[in-house]
Write a protein that binds this ligand. Structure first.
Ligand code: FE2
Length: 257
């Protein structure tokens, strides 16, 4: 689907560069009740138990690797999950998704607890389409560990590595503009902040540099499918059919009723 370019033509004789193809990073500051936050953090401590890492001491403890992957079905977190799901709907609407075309599924929901010095390595979520993270702690400074995103490709380098290689020749050009060459973008956690982004976008959590604070967040993975359709109607080829219309196959190769 092609769209008209947003900028008007530049004046004759002048070179204008405009940004193309932005990544849709959604942010909304929710207003959690302080008592609810305290109860949720207490519950996350209980889920983690005596464990402190994943299990490498430098890696944050994450629920998805430790049996805590359905927080959205837990009474303490279900209202939050519903609020996040509503924001995911709003994100899709702002991107231009036609209402009713897709079914939205909350597939997985897990906590991430990062002790001082701990990180979450660079990764993306290939099992999902839309990801979100909600912060239970953080003061907006980033001291407890920013969420860092990377672009899939750095096309503006023209030659791969020019912005980071020996003497970084692109960065050395006066006025080249960090915006055209930015290799990453950071979001600083703040209690109540919700961030939404494409699940394919590479990201990581940088070290928690606050020696006195535990960094607490909850991750969400959403999947888009076709809505459930009556017999005789066909889902579009670019969407998986609704899971209720799938057939599971047993280990013996038999379709399950
Ligand atoms: Fe992630």
């Amino acid at each position: 689907m092609a769209s008209p370019l947003p900028a008007p033509p530049p004046p004759p004789g002048s070179l204008a560069i405009q940004p193309l193809f932005p990544v849709a990073l959604g942010q909304v500051q929710l207003r959690p009740d302080p008592l609810d936050l305290a109860v949720q953090i207490q519950a996350l401590h209980a889920f983690r138990g005596p464990a402190q890492s994943n299990p490498d001491p430098g890696c944050a403890w994450t629920g998805d690797l430790n049996g805590v992957w359905q927080l959205h079905r837990h009474p303490t977190f279900a209202p939050l999950a519903a609020e996040v799901a509503a924001q995911a709907r709003a994100y899709l609407a702002q991107l231009g998704f036609t209402p009713g075309v897709c079914a939205l599924h909350l597939q997985r929901c897990w906590p991430v607890l990062s002790e001082p010095g701990q990180v979450v390595g660079r990764h993306h979520h290939p099992n999902a389409h839309l990801s979100a993270v909600y912060y239970l702690t953080g003061d907006g400074t980033g001291r407890c560990g920013v969420l860092r995103f990377w672009p899939q490709r750095q096309l503006n380098e023209l030659v791969p590595g020019m912005a980071v290689g020996h003497q970084a020749p692109l960065a050395a050009v006066p006025g080249s503009g960090a915006g055209w060459l930015a290799g990453s973008a950071d979001v600083a956690p703040r209690a109540g902040l919700l961030v939404l982004f494409p699940a394919a976008l590479e990201h990581a959590v940088l070290p928690n540099d606050d020696p006195d604070a535990l960094r607490c967040s909850i991750s969400f993975d959403f999947v888009l499918t076709a809505p459930p359709l009556p017999d005789g109607q066909t889902p579009p080829e670019y969407l998986a059919p609704h899971p209720s219309q799938w057939t599971a196959i047993t280990e013996d190769g038999e379709p399950q009723a």
